[in-house]
Design a protein around this ligand. Structure first.
Ligand code: ATP
Length: 271
């Protein structure tokens, strides 16, 4: 279904409760997007300009997409998600038109957050080498034109994400464009514990599971939120497998929970 929603306005079903750790980033996003959408008059009464766009950058799997969706949901805005490479490949030769359509759609469903994922694919530094640079140059120019219509662009907010801020066309990052750069870091141990707690909110977990201990395990060192999600998925599969095996043996099986041993097994399996 996510493919169908690509490029169309939706209402994401996540909130801050789904985002673990990242307190400082959440705070920045509140001020940059959520509050301006919720209470625009407070900003204008203090002479604060409608903020422009936010560029989230940092290692993969650390919650950039999740943050963008939560920001839209928390502000009660519509959400349009566009993946850089998909926009380029789906609309070969027509990428500029596709960009214009995205902004037009956002204006007609405002308040709206447009999320450009993998922005580096869509807006690489212009004047690069290779035959494709002509096409992407036109796309970058179109993005710049649309972004500079920010003053007329009532209640349309831009959030973009990249792992490679260094290869993005610098013009994209000038004042009035994606001028707020927010780093989304890999979690430390406390961050991992917070993310684990967030991710197991709706999962049946046995009492012998200690999320602090899991987050402090040397195996988890350097894990992203996406990696932790994968640990939980693997642990859940182990629990399910064991239960099914038990049922085969005695027809009953134990309670269906993820236990400590399943996490231990998962940590052995996930690289
Ligand atoms: P990429 O650069 O690969 O697109 P990303 O930074 O956009 O990655 P997300 O897609 O937001 O990462 O994260 C992937 C998944 O990892 C999320 O759907 C969620 O399950 C989990 N996750 C990552 N970070 C967090 C977090 N801070 N809190 C809760 N879950 C998280």
């Amino acid at each position: 279904p996510s493919a169908l929603r690509e490029g169309f306005a939706t209402r994401p079903d996540v909130s801050w409760d789904n985002v673990g750790s990242l307190e400082a980033v959440r705070e920045e996003m509140m001020m940059a997007v959520v509050e301006p959408i919720r209470r625009p008059e407070m900003f204008t009464s203090l002479g604060l300009n409608a903020p422009s766009g936010v560029l989230l950058y940092g290692p993969p799997g650390c919650g950039k997409t999740l943050l963008a969706r939560a920001v839209a949901a928390e502000s009660g805005a519509n959400f349009i998600s566009v993946k850089g490479p998909e926009l380029l490949s789906k609309y070969v030769g027509d990428s500029e038109l596709a960009v214009r359509k995205v902004f037009a759609r956002a204006r007609s469903s405002s308040p709206c957050v447009i999320f450009f994922d993998e922005l580096d694919a869509l807006a690489p530094r212009r004047g690069g080498k290779g035959g494709e640079s002509g096409a992407s140059e036109r796309v970058v120019n179109m993005l710049l034109t649309e972004m500079d219509g920010f003053s007329e662009r009532k209640q349309v907010f831009l959030v973009a994400a990249t792992n490679r801020p260094d290869i993005i066309d610098p013009a994209m990052l000038r004042p009035g464009r994606l001028d707020k750069l927010v780093y989304v870091p890999l979690p430390d141990q406390r961050g991992r514990a917070s993310i684990l707690k967030t991710l197991i909110r709706n999962v049946k977990i046995a009492e012998d599971v200690d999320t602090e201990a899991v987050s402090a395990s040397p195996k988890c060192e350097g894990f992203s939120g996406a990696d932790l999600q994968s640990v939980i998925r693997t642990a859940g599969e182990r629990a399910l497998r064991e239960r099914l095996k038990d049922e085969e043996i005695d027809g009953i099986g134990t309670g269906l929970f993820i236990r400590r041993k399943h996490f231990d097994q998962a940590l052995e399996l996930v690289l």
